[in-house]
Design a protein around this ligand. Structure first.
Ligand SMILES: [Mg+2]
Length: 316
């Protein structure tokens, strides 16, 4: 069973129940970077995420880096909706890799990231396991602005991405900094009309954004920020650096849209620290997702992303 089809089954299955939670009020259900519920007068963001040995990290990866990654992935999703992390819980099933020292390093890595982004680990669970080690982190966040969702983009909006893309398998997938300051800026300033973090690869996550917003998109090949790691990776594969930038997962950059009238303000007020690049724009519903080459010809943007697993030779 592919991951996407199972996720769709779960969404269909739970959609009705989630619309009538016992307490609180559902504001954003499955299908965005986080769920948002109303508790009293507060909007609360919820996100859980799992990191599995052999899938999201190799057995030889530093335990401290695995801990960092497990926390940072959830914080990246909060950032992608402009939610401020409040607290986290972590559940660990310790199999292989494992051992006391490994587990301690793992928790130190969780704590490193939690401290940096203001999301202290306040509880969790621990079990020994006979299979691969699994680390699940759940983070709660709150908002001091409206959540920025995947569904806010309109035709004509400019499309931007932070940082550089591709090749994160060479190491960045274990050490990335979630774009929290950037996501909060886009929410608080009102500049972000839609947003997602790039976890499955630019092509796939752009598709998610377009589907939720019911728009098309055109991206400019020449404007895609290609990382050095993507170039290095391309030297070892038969793909182009551009293909790695478009399709590799786990960049954890922010992909977001801005109304055309706000582009100038965005460029003027952008606080960093990550740089932004305008990579294209949103188009009318039904016009598809296209990439424009340097000669001006447009072609459909192929996914070439991959689902979870190791089909392209490494963890993601
Ligand atoms: Mg996400």
């Amino acid at each position: 069973v592919g991951e996407l089809s199972l996720i769709e089954w779960i969404r269909a299955r739970f959609a009705e129940g989630l619309s009538r939670p016992a307490t609180g009020k559902l504001i954003v259900g499955p299908g965005d970077d986080v769920a948002v519920i109303g508790l009293g007068r507060e909007k609360v963001a919820l996100k859980t995420d799992v990191v599995v040995a052999g899938v999201h990290f190799e057995a030889g990866a530093s335990a401290r880096a695995v801990g960092w990654k497990a926390m940072a992935r959830s914080i990246s999703d909060l950032a992608a909706t402009a939610a401020m992390p409040s607290a986290a819980v972590a559940a660990v099933a310790l199999g292989e890799p494992g051992g006391r020292a490994w587990a301690e390093e793992l928790y130190l890595g969780l704590e490193d990231c939690a401290r940096r982004y203001g999301s202290p680990v306040v509880g969790g669970d621990f079990a020994s396991a006979s299979g691969p080690t699994v680390v699940a982190v759940s983070v709660v966040g709150r908002f001091d602005c409206e959540p920025v969702l995947r569904k806010g983009a309109a035709p004509g909006d400019a499309l931007y991405v932070t940082g550089e893309l591709g090749g994160s398998i060479l190491g960045r997938h274990l050490s990335f900094e979630p774009r929290l300051a950037e996501g909060l800026f886009l929410g608080r300033s009102g500049l972000g009309s839609a947003m997602i973090d790039v976890s499955d690869g630019l092509a796939t996550d752009l598709r998610h954004l377009c589907r939720e917003s019911s728009v098309g998109a055109v991206i400019e090949e020449a404007n895609i920020p290609i990382s050095d790691a993507a170039r290095k990776r391309a030297a070892a594969t038969r793909h182009r650096p551009l293909d790695h930038a478009l399709a590799d997962g786990e960049d954890y950059e922010l992909l977001f849209t801005v109304r055309p009238a706000e582009v100038e303000r965005l460029e003027r007020e952008w606080p960093g620290p990550a740089r932004i690049k305008r990579i294209g724009g949103m188009t009318a519903p039904g016009s598809g997702i296209l990439i424009r080459g340097s000669g001006g010809t447009e072609r459909p943007l192929l996914l070439r992303g991959f689902e979870h697993g190791l089909p392209q030779g490494g963890p993601r």
